[in-house]
Unconditional design. Structure first.
Length: 452
């Protein structure tokens, strides 16, 4: 396919998907942060956590029993846990007045009894007994962090884990996006090319299954549009060809009469009049074909006996067949075969097929018609012993303006619309029509309708 404009489309699409992916990552990050914030607000706070430290519990119990801090230095002797001793050796105990009671577990320190000047790096833990603060335990933030530091320390590993998870996720996302970007970019560029009139544009089927289905569907659509465009162009050329001959005859005849070359007698005017009849029939056939193809033709359906219908058509064409010494008969028309059809349109279909068979069947030939019920279907067949149709031309037999004569001579063929109209009228009423060559020679056309 053409590469014009594909690069910018890929870039814009890639940026668009990257923005969407980044927005999704940021949203998830914000959700995680919101959950953490909610947990910090509504779940145990820093204070409640520190209140459950073993040293705080023991100090509160000691004061509750003794009602003062005398002899508090013996607490390590009654608690052998490593956590208690670890906190005991790194803390300073202040009484209600802020004076030092214990200095890192020592009562012999020079600070004992003095007012302690608190530092910014100290973490303060209140000792509460009966809802009253009776002392304050100080710890260095390097050992026991402050509430802010504790919060940051709590968030830090979460942030690092999120970052470590985000990086491979972004890399994988970028890799996956390229698998989506390139096929989508090709489809967009191809759609623009088709909109610009290049109906030969196709896209390669690549990427995930859904995108391959999209590519295949686009190619099928483009192929259908191209076929329709070619068919439209061919139809216009065929119509122009069909109109040219009668118009040339009419013009030449009328100009000859005006210039005095021909006399304005019925013999000179009749050829021009016959060509007008031909033009009228051609225009009517085109109108009918267009109505059927666009599903605008109204059908008056009712229960129709095809046996009687075929007998009526044979009666109409019997004289024409006899003129060519052709035997026209219905071999199997003794049994009734009913279907819901528009009788007028059904007669038109059978009439077109019989007329076509008479045109191509040589003198002293045979045309056999048959109507029967078979497996819930009404089956109509018409068989002739004419020259048949080359096998490679069978698919073209029901196309508009197709004729076996490549020279398009009118001696043995019409405009090539009869079989096309027959197919459209049959399929519009729920039937099927097929053609095949007979091994013994001639052509066999079969029409099937759902039986009553």
């Amino acid at each position: 396919m053409r590469e014009t404009g594909l690069g910018p489309i890929r870039t814009r699409l890639f940026i668009l998907l990257l923005r969407a992916f980044t927005a999704a990552v940021l949203f998830i990050t914000l959700v995680i942060l919101a959950i953490i914030a909610y947990s910090l607000i509504y779940y145990p706070s820093f204070v409640s956590i520190t209140e459950r430290l073993p040293i705080v519990t023991r100090l509160e119990t000691y004061y509750l029993i003794k009602q003062d801090w005398r002899g508090v230095e013996i607490l390590p002797q009654t608690d052998l846990t490593s956590d208690f001793h670890r906190f005991w050796k790194r803390s300073i105990l202040l009484d209600e007045q802020g004076k030092v009671v214990l200095d890192h577990g020592n009562i012999q320190s020079d600070l004992i009894g003095s007012t302690y000047s608190k530092k910014k790096t100290d973490t303060q833990i209140p000792i509460i007994v009966n809802s009253e603060t009776v002392a304050t335990l100080l710890m260095d933030s390097t050992f026991m962090p402050s509430e802010r530091q504790w919060t940051l320390d709590f968030l830090w590993p979460i942030g690092m884990i999120s970052l470590m998870m985000a990086l491979p996720t972004v890399i994988i996302g970028l890799f996956l996006m390229r698998r989506f970007v390139n096929p989508l970019a090709e489809v967009i560029a191809a759609a623009r090319a088709v909109a610009g009139g290049d109906l030969s544009t196709r896209v390669s089927s690549s990427g995930p299954d859904d995108l391959r289905v999209l590519s295949d569907s686009f190619n099928h659509m483009a192929e259908s549009l191209e076929d329709s465009d070619n068919e439209r162009r061919n139809m216009l050329a065929d119509i122009a060809h069909e109109l040219r001959t009668p118009l040339t005859v009419i013009r030449g005849r009328l100009e000859g009469i005006v210039d005095g070359i021909y006399n304005a007698t019925p013999e000179q005017i009749s050829p021009a009049l016959e060509e007008t009849y031909l033009l009228e029939r051609l225009v009517e056939d085109l109108r009918l074909l267009t109505l059927v193809e666009t599903r605008q033709l109204h059908f008056e359906r009712k229960l129709t006996d095809l046996k009687e219908l075929v007998a009526y058509v044979i009666d109409i064409f019997q004289a024409e067949a006899e003129d060519k010494h052709i035997e026209l008969a219905c071999d199997n028309c003794a049994q009734s075969a009913e279907a819901w059809l528009d009788p007028q349109r059904a007669k038109q279909v059978v009439g077109n097929l019989v007329s076509n068979a008479i045109r191509y069947t040589p003198e002293n030939g045979h045309i056999n018609l048959s109507v029967k019920n078979e497996n819930g279907l009404v089956v109509f067949t018409i068989v002739d012993d004419g020259p048949g149709v080359p096998d490679e031309d069978i698919p073209n037999l029901f196309m508009r303006f197709w004729r076996g004569e490549k020279s398009r001579s009118r001696a043995s063929g019409g405009a090539g619309l009869g079989l096309a109209i027959a197919r459209q009228l049959v399929e519009a009423q729920g039937g099927q029509i097929v053609a095949q060559n007979r091994e013994s020679g001639g052509l066999k056309i079969t029409i099937t309708y759902p039986a009553n």
